[in-house]
Design a protein around this ligand. Structure first.
Ligand code: FES
Ligand code: FES
Length: 149
């Protein structure tokens, strides 16, 4: 079946297999910021935004995306740079493998919550795991960023 896949505001005529997940389709189309980690909806590195909602693309069927707006980190370069500035200012920048999904989760958080508490930030980002560092600095950076916006 043909679907109209909209990624970062560009339209694609796309023919997904019935069992094809969005992560595979996005990478085939060249959006290689989207990474595969656990492949079981546990780590968040594959996170993208579909119609304003954060989803794990490893478990979201591409066939569900007909006419939906899919956003990856390639589609928000200014926002990604802005978020990275606050993260690096705290000295807690993460690697290229987990950062894209983390940035998408932070962007989704900003779309959903205004002036979130630290507890809300931690709860929202609980599904985005870094395998090699802590989280306190990242949470502090996000709180500071949202306080000045
Ligand atoms: S690869 Fe999708 S949640 Fe881990
Ligand atoms: S910094 Fe990327 S997984 Fe830890």
């Amino acid at each position: 079946m043909k679907i109209n896949l909209i990624v970062n505001h560009n339209h694609y005529d796309y023919y997904p297999r019935p069992d094809e997940y969005l992560i595979e389709s996005l990478r085939k189309l060249g959006f290689q910021s989207v990474k595969k980690g656990c492949d079981t909806t546990s780590c968040g590195v594959c996170s993208v935004i579909v119609d304003g909602q954060l989803v794990p693309s490893c478990s979201y069927l591409t066939s569900r995306c007909d006419q939906k707006e899919v956003l990856t980190v390639e589609g928000i370069p200014e926002e990604a740079r802005h978020i990275a500035e606050f993260i690096t200012a705290e000295g807690v920048d993460q690697c290229g493998f987990c950062s894209p999904g983390h940035v998408m989760a932070i962007h989704a958080l900003k779309l959903e919550l205004k002036n979130p508490t630290m507890e809300e930030i931690k709860h929202y980002l609980a599904g985005n795991m870094c395998r090699c560092s802590g989280y306190e600095g990242q949470h502090r950076a996000i709180k500071k960023m949202m306080e000045v916006e």
